[in-house]
Design a protein around this ligand. Structure first.
Ligand code: NAP
Length: 245
């Protein structure tokens, strides 16, 4: 998209972190926003700062709430973009995974995102952007990162499928951040290389959306190192990742 002024953009996952930072950056450029997540109070505070954006609370773990939002938006003008950042994060070594937490993570990160992908593209105008947030965590399996990293691998994979299936009517994009400061990464107790702020991440996202590349990844000093790990012979890559445990 060349510019965002006057564009109608729906952000799912807007109440915190990168979704909120992207909302603020788009609003500063004159976009008209629809803000979704579970925390309605946080969305209303953000909407007040974003020139009276619309607030549409929903929970990706409850598909009927997404269906209600889709039905409401279908009655309005088409969207120029839909950006879905929503996900939850509770990583652990596999033997220590809480099965209930794992099921919820699969429900929100995979099935919730899949439901967005299944039902929302018709809301976009021709040439509109459909933007999913995967992660470099999905590029290779690392110790202590499951099942979150598997859910992000699923989103990365889903975006690739959609880019083929929806071309040329919809411009599908995949955002794969490295480490970004948010309540999500607050849970990490290890040193996070090349971590950046959510505001810096939003700058990368908007620059990527103005450009033409399917994959938007940042900060490159970190994401390119993970990309290298992915293309190394598996035996060598596994010798390196064992040391990260
Ligand atoms: N931070 C990082 O370092 C990093 C790195 C790589 C990829 N990512 C990905 O980037 C995206 C954004 O991450 P972030 O760091 O900004 O996380 P965050 O600060 O935790 O924000 C996540 C957003 O998702 C929403 N959300 C969570 N569960 C939801 C549900 N069931 N239904 C609707 N909305 C829901 C949250 O709002 P409510 O709680 O109000 O629902 C919140 O607005 C995620 O997809 C994450 O996997 C993050």
């Amino acid at each position: 998209m060349a510019g965002f002024a006057g564009r109608r953009v729906w952000i799912i996952g807007a109440s915190a972190g990168m979704g909120e930072a992207v909302a603020r950056a788009l609003s500063a450029e004159g976009a008209r926003l629809i803000l979704s997540a579970r925390d309605e109070a946080a969305l209303r505070r953000l909407a007040a700062d974003c020139g009276g954006a619309e607030v549409l609370p929903l929970d990706l773990a409850r598909p009927e709430t997404l269906a209600d939002a889709v039905a409401y938006l279908r009655a309005g003008p088409p969207l120029d973009a839909l950006i879905c950042t929503a996900a939850v994060y509770d990583p652990a070594p596999v033997a220590e995974i809480d099965p209930q937490q794992a099921a919820l993570m699969v429900q929100i990160n995979i099935l919730g995102t899949l439901e967005v992908a299944r039902t929302c593209p018709p809301l976009l105008r021709d040439g509109g952007q459909f933007v999913l947030f995967g992660s470099v965590a999905g590029w290779t399996g690392l110790p202590g990162g499951q099942p979150y990293s598997a859910t992000k691998a699923a989103v990365n994979n889903l975006a690739e499928t959609l880019a083929a299936e929806l071309h040329p009517r919809v411009d599908v994009r995949l955002v794969c951040p490295g480490f970004v400061r948010s309540r999500l990464t607050e849970k990490n107790t290890f040193r996070m290389p090349a971590i950046i702020s959510a505001e810096e991440a939003a700058t990368h996202v908007l620059r990527g959306l103005r450009g033409r590349r399917f994959l938007i990844h940042f900060p490159k000093r970190f994401t390119l190192a993970v990309a290298l790990l992915r293309i190394l012979p598996r035996g060598l890559a596994l010798r390196l990742t064992r040391r990260m445990g």
